[in-house]
Write a protein that binds this ligand. Structure first.
Ligand code: PFF
Length: 442
C-alpha cells in the first residue's frame, strides 16, 4: 500500500506547528509564567526552545522521514530491537498524555457552550472560580465533554493524514493566529495592562532555581511535542525533498511566538483587573472570563477565545492520537479508521480517573498527588525528558549517518552546522536534560 504523504510543505509545517501550539501555549504557559516568576521563566524557557528544542525537533523529524514508520517501527528499523523500547515509551507517553489532555480539551468545549449560552458573562472572579470548580469537580459533565473532545479528535484522525489532519490544520491554524492577535490587542490596551507586560517581560533572576529549570524544560518539551514520537510520526509522512531544518525552525518560531502572545493576552488582562497572576491552572478559565465580563463586547471575545483554545487543543490532540494509530495500523494491519476509534475509546476511558480526580476522587492520592496531577507530572518531569534524552542519544550516536543524510537531503542541501548539531545531540542535550531532571526531582 502506498504510504500517505503531506500534500504540501505548508501543510506539514501547519500540522507540526499545530501539534506544538496547543493548550500548552495558551493555557499552561501563561499560568506557569505567572507562578514561576514571569520574565525570568520566559528567558530560560526560550533558551531551552532554541537549543535543545530545535535540535531535538530536527532529530525526530529526521528519524521519522528516514524510516517512514511509526516511532516503534522507526527505532527498530534504524537501530535494531535494542532501541525499539524508546519508541514504545513514546507510544505509551502519548496514551497517557492524551488521556488527561482531552479532559482539559473537554473543559474548553464546555466553556464554549457556556459562553454561547451566556452563563459566564458578568460574574466576578470569585463566582467564576466557583463555576470552574463546580464544572471540573462534578462527575457527568466533564466526562461528557471529555468524550466530545475525544470524538472530535477521532473524527479528524480517521479521515487520514492529508484529508483529515492536513486539511483541518490549514484552516484552523491561521484562524487561531488571527483570533489570538485580536485578543492580544484587546488585552494590552486595557487600562492598567502595562504592569502585566512588565511582569511578563522583566526577568527577576532570583526566581531561578531547580524547580523552575525543570518546569521550564518540561514545558519546552511539552510545548514542542517532543520526546514521544509525535514528530517522528508526522515526519514519516514527509516527502524526500522537504527541508527539515527550516521546517523545524519555523515550528519552534511559531510555537514560541504563540506562547509569548498568549502571555501578552493573559497577564496584562490579569493585572488590569487586579487578579492574581499566580492563580495556577484556573487562570485561563477563571480570570479571562472575569476580564471578558467587564469588557466591551466581552461576550463575543469570550466565545472567540474558547473557540481558539479548542482549535489549539485539537490540532495537538490529533497529533497525539496519530502516534498509536500509525503504530497499530502499520504493525498489526488494523485499518486506520478502526484503530482510530478503538484507541480513541481506550484513551477516553483512561482519562476518566483524571477527570474524577478533580472531585469525587480528590482524596485518592498516589505519591501525594491526585491522579490528574500525577499523570501530568509523570509526563512532564519523567517520560518526555527521558524520551527526549534517549532520542537525542540515538540520533547522535547510533543513527548519525542516517540523520546526516536526512538533514542535508542526501548531500544536496548544505548544512555547515552539522557537527554542532551532532554534538548537541550526542552530549549537550542528554546532559542538560539529565541535569535538569536531577535538580528538578531532587
Ligand atoms: N504541544 C502540545 C501543547 O503545547 O499543548 C501538547 C502535545 C501535543 C505534547 C502532542 C506532545 C504531543 F505529542
Amino acid at each position: 500500500m502506498q504510504r500517505e504523504q503531506w500534500g504540501s510543505r505548508f501543510g506539514f509545517i501547519m500540522a507540526a506547528a499545530g501539534s506544538a501550539v496547543g493548550l500548552g501555549n495558551i493555557w499552561k504557559f501563561p499560568y506557569l509564567a505567572g507562578t514561576e516568576g514571569g520574565g525570568a521563566f520566559l528567558i530560560v524557557y526560550v533558551g531551552f526552545l532554541v537549543t535543545i528544542g530545535v535540535s531535538l525537533m530536527m532529530a525526530e523529524i529526521a528519524i521519522g522521514r528516514a524510516a517512514h514508520l511509526n516511532p516503534i517501527g522507526a527505532f527498530r528499523k534504524l537501530g535494531g530491537n535494542r532501541w525499539m523500547p524508546v519508541g514504545a515509551l513514546g507510544v505509551i507517553t502519548a496514551f497517557i498524555l492524551l488521556s488527561f489532555y482531552s479532559v482539559v480539551g473537554g473543559w474548553t468545549v464546555a466553556y464554549i457552550v457556556k459562553s454561547i449560552s451566556g452563563s459566564l458573562v458578568g460574574g466576578t472572579a470569585e463566582e467564576l472560580g466557583q463555576q470552574f470548580g463546580a464544572l471540573v469537580s462534578s462527575v457527568g459533565e466533564p466526562i461528557f465533554y471529555h468524550g466530545v473532545f475525544m470524538a472530535l479528535t477521532i473524527g479528524i484522525v480517521l479521515a487520514g493524514v492529508a484529508q483529515g489532519i492536513e486539511r483541518s490544520v490549514k484552516i484552523m491554524m491561521p484562524a487561531l493566529f488571527i483570533l489570538l492577535l485580536i485578543l492580544v490587542v484587546r488585552s494590552v490596551t486595557l487600562d492598567g495592562a502595562w504592569e502585566g507586560v512588565v511582569f511578563f517581560l522583566t526577568p527577576d533572576w532570583s526566581q531561578v532555581d531547580g524547580g523552575m529549570l525543570s518546569a521550564a524544560l518540561g514545558q519546552a518539551f511539552f510545548s514542542l511535542s517532543l520526546g514521544m514520537g509525535a514528530l517522528i510520526t508526522y515526519g514519516s509522512y514527509l516527502n524526500a525533498d522537504a527541508n527539515i531544518r527550516s521546517a523545524s525552525c519555523w515550528v519552534v518560531g511559531l510555537d514560541t511566538m504563540v506562547a509569548v502572545l498568549a502571555g501578552l493576552m493573559v497577564l496584562p488582562a490579569v493585572f488590569a483587573f487586579n487578579l492574581d497572576p499566580g492563580a495556577g491552572p484556573g487562570l485561563t478559565f477563571i480570570t479571562l472570563p472575569a476580564v471578558f465580563g467587564e469588557m466591551w463586547a466581552g461576550a463575543a471575545f469570550q466565545v472567540f477565545f474558547f473557540v481558539m483554545l479548542l482549535i489549539a487543543a485539537l490540532t495537538s490532540s490529533i497529533s497525539l492520537l496519530a502516534i498509536p494509530v500509525a503504530f497499530f495500523s502499520e504493525q498489526f494491519g488494523i485499518e486506520r479508521k478502526k484503530s482510530a476509534v478503538i484507541i480513541g475509546a481506550i484513551i477516553f476511558v483512561m482519562g476518566v480517573p483524571s477527570s474524577l480526580s478533580m472531585g469525587l476522587w480528590a482524596d485518592f492520592k498516589i505519591l501525594g498527588l491526585p491522579f490528574f496531577d500525577l499523570m501530568s507530572e509523570l509526563v512532564d518531569r519523567v517520560l518526555m525528558p527521558v524520551g527526549g534524552m534517549l532520542t537525542a542519544l540515538f540520533a547522535g550516536w547510533v543513527a548519525f549517518p542516517k540523520m546526516a543524510e536526512e538533514l542535508t537531503n542526501r548531500g544536496t542541501l548544505p548544512f555547515p552546522m552539522l557537527n554542532v548539531w551532532k554534538w548537541m545531540a550526542r552530549v549537550f542535550c542528554p546532559l542538560a536534560v539529565g541535569w535538569v531532571m536531577y535538580v528538578g526531582l531532587a
